[in-house]
Design a protein. Structure first.
Length: 541
């Protein structure tokens, strides 16, 4: 038989194959967009001819491309690229925010939206949210949206509130439209009031595509070769994302969740429109596919506004925000399940996780389906009983260990001993649950090393405080969750997620050996090369 020669060989590496035996190899041969062979450097040298390009891994880690199973690629990519990034420490006062608004207003026509994202009022010198008057002062003739880092609230100026038709607090649930002492609008809107107003903010198709392309460029430099997009602005985002992926402008492979962040009613209408087409999860190709439908059951872990069964440790009367009732979730999960969809929910608190587990259980009891792979995004706080039910039902939780590295100290304060079952990755492993890892960028940074830090150390990266250490996993376990399990979560483990002959050649080469590198310093590890489908899409040196 004639031997096939390789287009590329990666040699002299510590190759984490993530195959079923977690074998470690030395070299990988690539032909076209696929892996031809994996083995020792001597084995793989046999695939070399005059045309083969050789990459020396220098004795460092080679692994399958990272799969970020939960990222808002558009919102992340739009930061500093259509949407002004106002995260600390770039911005540390309201005056800083005003200066950035003025600068943008000078470039825009009157009436064009000015969009900013990422401030944290706790980190501003004034320790409060800016007011609508302060935004008006900087841009009297443009509508302004200033979204907080959690994405669950934002401040709007007078023109923006007028466009959205927000005139009084009675239009929304208590506390959603924040008022000044004299009863006038403050400008800060929360949850549904914020989401509804967000629908009025305008983005052009081109602006969105540029956001995705920018996000993609950053992901490739971090070794992320596949992204499960957790959604943004509904139809306009999905259209732009599909265009960007199928023209090759975005190189990472995308599994797009069906989600619109404009609140519950808008989300239901958006999902219903898909259910009526007959097209469902899995439609697409290796570059872009229709993912699960996603609903949003509760608030955020760091607000904190996640829906918890027992009140927060630091604020016992507060049980967070529950957006969907059990009955509403049951109806939507059943409907989407029957329509052939993979279903998922943003569920952070144990109350929200329980609602989703109940809903999936009811759907599967009424209409059994093998290999449904219904997911729970975040699946933040669980307990042994919930973990048992998740295992039994075959639910795929998507964990966010990067949240532990960024918010660990706050979590200890908010959730007390519940952190022992927060992003419970070791308990999932022990129970035979397949969990994948997502960064949830732009809520956190999408660098996989940040997630690995949280998974390996269960430690706040700033304070060094530990958080539920019993949930630590080791490097090989974390790498599997971040690669193969991510592929499993989108029904693609047969084509990617491990380095095995015949699979897509999505490969990352690091500048250190993860197996010997100290876990506390994993954030210092960088990517040297990223390959997607055998093509080098990022090279550091
Ligand atoms: Zn998210």
């Amino acid at each position: 038989m004639e031997r096939l020669f390789a287009d590329k060989i990666i040699q002299n590496g510590v190759v984490l194959t993530v195959n079923s035996k977690d074998e470690i190899a030395e070299a990988v041969a690539i032909r076209g967009d696929r892996i031809l062979a994996v083995g020792s450097s001597a084995d793989i040298a046999a695939y070399r001819d005059d045309h083969t390009q050789v990459i020396d891994a220098g004795g460092k880690t080679v692994l399958p491309g990272f799969i970020d199973a939960h990222i808002h690629l558009g919102m992340y990519g739009l930061l500093d690229h259509g949407v002004i990034n106002v995260a600390y420490p770039k911005v540390s006062s309201i005056a800083d925010i005003q200066a950035l608004i003025r600068e943008d207003a000078a470039k825009k026509k009157p009436g064009e939206w000015i969009k900013l994202n990422g401030y944290d009022h706790n980190k501003l010198a004034e320790k409060r949210h800016p007011t609508k008057e302060e935004l008006d002062e900087a841009a009297p003739s443009n509508p302004v949206q200033l979204t907080r880092c959690c994405a669950h609230m934002g401040v709007y100026n007078t023109l923006a509130l007028k466009i959205a038709g927000v005139t009084s607090a009675d239009q929304y649930a208590p506390d959603e439209v924040v008022l000044n002492e004299d009863g006038s609008l403050h400008g800060l809107l929360k949850e549904t009031a914020h989401m509804d107003t967000s629908t009025k903010v305008e983005y052009s198709n081109q602006e969105l595509i540029e956001g995705y392309v920018n996000g993609d460029r950053l992901l490739l430099s971090m070794g992320v070769t596949s992204a499960h997009d957790a959604g943004a602005y509904g139809a306009i985002s999905t259209r732009a994302l599909q265009d960007a992926c199928l023209t090759g402008a975005v190189k990472a492979r995308v599994n797009a969740m069906i989600f619109d962040m404009f609140g519950k009613q808008s989300g239901i209408r958006y999902i219903d429109s898909y259910l009526h087409t007959g097209i469902h999860s899995g439609c697409g190709n290796e570059h872009f596919r229709v993912g699960p439908v996603k609903i949003m059951l509760d608030g955020s872990s760091s607000g904190p506004s996640s829906a918890v069964i027992d009140g927060y440790t630091h604020d016992p009367d507060n049980h967070g925000i529950q957006v969907w009732t059990q009955e509403e979730a049951d109806e939507m999960v059943m409907k989407a399940h029957k329509a052939g969809y993979q279903v998922t929910a943003h569920a952070v608190g144990d109350k929200a996780v329980t609602i989703m587990v109940n809903a999936i259980e009811k759907a599967l009891t009424a209409c059994p389906r093998k290999d449904h792979r219904h997911r729970i995004e975040h699946c933040g706080i669980t307990n042994p009983e919930l973990i048992g039910r998740i295992a039994k039902l075959g639910i795929v939780p998507i964990s966010n260990p990067s949240f532990i590295s960024i918010n660990g100290t706050d979590y200890n304060r908010y959730y007390g001993s519940r952190v022992d079952f927060m992003f419970a990755m070791k308990s999932y492993l022990d129970a035979g649950i397949i969990t994948a890892i997502g960064s949830d960028a732009p809520i956190t940074v999408p660098n996989p090393m940040n997630s690995l830090f949280g998974a390996l150390n269960r430690m706040d990266q700033k304070t060094g405080d530990t958080v539920g250490q019993m949930q630590k996993v080791d490097v090989l376990q974390a790498v599997r969750m971040f690669t193969y399990n991510g592929a499993y979560a989108s029904f693609e483990e047969n084509v990617k997620g491990s380095l095995e002959p015949g699979k897509l050649a999505d490969v990352v080469i690091l500048d250190q050996d993860l197996l010997t590198w100290p876990a506390e310093q994993v954030r210092d590890v960088q990517v040297r090369y990223t390959l997607i489908g055998g093509e080098v899409v990022y090279a550091r040196d």
